[in-house]
Design a protein around this ligand. Structure first.
Ligand code: NAP
Length: 336
């Protein structure tokens, strides 16, 4: 039997994504074979495809940072999952496919009551926001925060989880997306035309408790300026080139040794053990199930139309999440 996946054939634009056919093999010992129901399209897929992270993947490779699917076969010794189970995984690669093989120990069980399209942003975008808010720092009700990149997939997760945590939120976004920030109780700032340092200093003369930065290290200096003494900037933005990655590390060290009474912390999903992720995913599934969070799905595409979905995310028109779905889960694609 055969299955299809979407492969980055060489570095470049969305057109380098091509559908290929593979043999469906039995899973190896310890592996589950999963029929993919949903996978998100995220900024990091684009960064790796265009060559901004050459050290992470050599072509050809299948992008796809996270999945939700149904276990279709299990290899020898697998006790963590059984055929028919609904599972999720943080894969980093491989999600743009009809099937994936994954280490059964790394899987999380996903309630079948959840819509896979709405649940799949929890596997990456929401867990990033959740862990920054509750593990990297421990926010408290009333804390004042700035979200840099507030309209994106991770940014809107911050808005929803920040509202649940009773934070006073400011967010940087393009003007066409300000209504979404306002709907979540955040004060939007247009970073194209407004000096956010000035705006925040006027509105919060005592400074902010936290800045959450999903962009580059160019936000460090201004981010620190809006913090109160003792405040923390958490950086989770992916580097845009290897040179920028080195600059990021240098600035992380530099700003932390300067005696400014403020700290910069870094966050990355790559560095974590699976245990806390499973714990946090389970909490997030409950929040979704109970209606406390509701990921914004800007558009849905068939998995094999990943190139069109990448083009849309790259256009900058998206508020929230773009997801790729198995054919039976698709209704009409819509851009909100
Ligand atoms: N550390 C980790 O493990 C991890 C995991 C996931 C994601 N990330 C990182 O998180 C970041 C966001 O990812 P995503 O998938 O959420 O991206 P996304 O959905 O494409 O959203 C990014 C947002 O950034 C905004 N933006 C673009 N240029 C900006 C600028 N110069 N200043 C301020 N905002 C700007 C855009 O909003 P407007 O249109 O409103 O300008 C866009 O909505 C990326 O850097 C990604 O690498 C890191």
């Amino acid at each position: 039997m055969k299955y299809k996946s979407v492969v980055v054939t060489k570095r470049g634009g969305p057109e380098v994504l091509q559908v290929v056919e593979n043999d469906l093999r039995p899973p190896s010992a310890g592996e589950a074979r999963i029929r993919i129901l949903a996978t998100p399209v995220v900024q990091d897929d684009i960064a790796v495809r265009v060559g901004n992270r050459p050290f992470l993947a050599k072509t050809p490779f299948v992008p796809g940072y996270a999945i939700i699917g149904t276990v279709d076969a299990v290899g020898e010794g697998v006790i963590q999952a059984a055929v028919g189970d609904r599972v999720g995984a943080l894969t980093n690669f491989g999600g743009y496919a009809e099937y994936i093989y994954w280490d059964a120990e790394q899987l999380v069980h996903v309630p079948t009551t959840l819509d896979p399209a709405r649940a799949v942003p929890l596997i990456l975008n929401y867990v990033v926001a959740y862990q920054v808010l509750h593990r990297v720092v421990q926010v408290r009700p009333g804390d004042k925060v700035l979200i840099v990149g507030a309209s994106g997939g991770v940014g809107t997760a911050f808005l929803q989880l920040g509202r649940l945590a009773d934070l006073k939120m400011y967010g940087l976004a393009s003007p066409g997306k300000h209504s979404v920030l306002a709907e979540h109780g955040a004060t939007p700032i247009d970073y194209h035309t407004q000096d956010f340092v000035e705006v925040i200093r006027q509105m919060e003369p005592d400074g902010l408790d936290f800045v959450f930065n999903g962009m580059g290290e160019e936000y460090f200096e201004r981010g620190l300026r809006v913090l109160r003494r003792g405040g923390t900037l958490v950086h989770y933005g992916g580097p845009r080139s290897f040179a920028r990655f080195l600059l990021l590390i240098a600035k992380l060290i530099l700003y932390n040794v300067l005696p400014n009474g403020k700290a910069i912390k870094g966050y990355g999903t790559h560095t974590g053990e699976i245990g806390p992720f499973k714990e946090d995913w389970t909490k997030l599934f409950t929040l979704l199930d109970q209606g406390h969070i509701n990921p914004i799905i800007a558009a849905k595409f068939p998995i094999l139309e990943a190139a069109q979905a990448n083009e849309l995310l790259e256009s900058g028109r998206v508020t929230g999440n773009v997801v790729l779905l198995a054919p039976e889960l698709l209704d009409l694609p819509q851009l909100t």
